[in-house]
Design a protein around this ligand. Sequence first.
Ligand code: F0G
Length: 468
Amino acid sequence: MKKRHQPAEPYRIKSVESIRLLNRQERESIIARARYNLFRVDADEIYIDLLTDSGTAAMSNRQWAALMIGDESYAGAASFRRFEKTVRDIFRKEFVVPCHQGRSAENMLFSTIVREGDYVPNNTHFDTTRANAQHKKGIPVDFPSPDLESAEARPFMGNMDTVRLEEFIRTQGADRIPVVIMTITNNSVGGQPVSMKNIREVSDICRRHGIPFFFDCARFAENAYFIKRDEPGYSEKSIEYIVGEMFDTCDGVMMSAKKDGLGNIGGFIALNDAELYRKLTELMIIIEGYPTYGGLAGRDLDVLSVGLREVMDFAYLDFRIEQVAYFGELIKQAGIPIIEPTGGHAVFADAGLFLPHILPEQFPAQSLAVAFYTEGGVRAVEIGSLMFGGVEPGTGRQVRARKELVRMALPRRVYTNSHLEYVADIACRINARKESLPGYKITSQPALLRHFTCELEPVQPRGVNVNS
Ligand code: F0G
């Protein structure tokens, strides 16, 4: 088989952090004690942690150096001025509102513009974005790409369905829609990118109907890389150029800088509307901090000023996206089906397909995630009916996820290909004994966001008998 082109890391290692693999007996007792919920396992009990790519990046020597020049003045700190200039340059907006992470940006924006019963369209909401819209009594609506239903892998499956968006605006009326949001890359459909063509179309629709157009741009540089690689007309353009073209189409952005900011904390809103900026700063002084630090230390702002520029380095992005693709290839070769094409930040294993002997209500993806831990000390996260299923608020209906997935997210600049090859070996070992994997049942759960804290226990699986 043709070996994938996988460039070597465009950096060398200057500082290291030890990790250790506990023995199987220890892992089995830890996961039982954690009630088979990986969020309840401590980080030092994990060998390879693929829970999230958020806030987990390794900083560069330049970022560590920037920490030392952080200005911790309460008002008008030099760190904020450097951050403001960086955000203005990259995102092309006049007003910059720093905040401590993505969900506080969502809370502040929606608190200011969403009224009860308003609709908030998105290509697909990330969970916290959806929850924040609902918290302000708004109604989040998703318009994912129809390509997601096709069996064949296509580029830009993160796109928004513009036909449905426009029809929705026509039927509901633009005055009930305070903002349209485009999430790049589209995390909830596997980190799939959005094309420049689709961005332009959505921007035009918003302009025609007089609706503000915002990005949720946690992974903006990864999205720009896909445009350069896969969209006709962009292969000769620089990442900076593509990023500029993307953000010229919108009225504002909100960002969790814990992803493509290459920082461990931080976020912001940037926009051109002076009146909205005034409202946001009034609110932020009450809930987040003074407008020139927004819940962050000056040094955090300096780290992000460096990170937001570093992340646009082509060699870095080429390594990053190809590493995700290489990892996906290894998991597939190990016998575990994945969602294809791989997106920007994670590989999604299709546990529903892999473990047909476990019914969806017995959480096959949780079973696979637990097996990765017991077999090899690897932590991944269930994105299936444990996360999205259960009793629907309002209707009381039992719902389940569209697919039973396990997300293995890659922290930025943290793991080498040998770490990923190790995870693929664990995948092979799981594949060899997949019929022995149990189902799970919930023994205790909270009312909301149950996957974070619920307790589970293994049960005899019921499902399609794979041997018959
Ligand atoms: N928007 C997107 C697209 C995200 O992926 C996230 C976080 C947020 C907003 C919220 O940002 O965590 O800084 O408050 N995603 C993380 C993940 C948690 O694991 O995918 P936050």
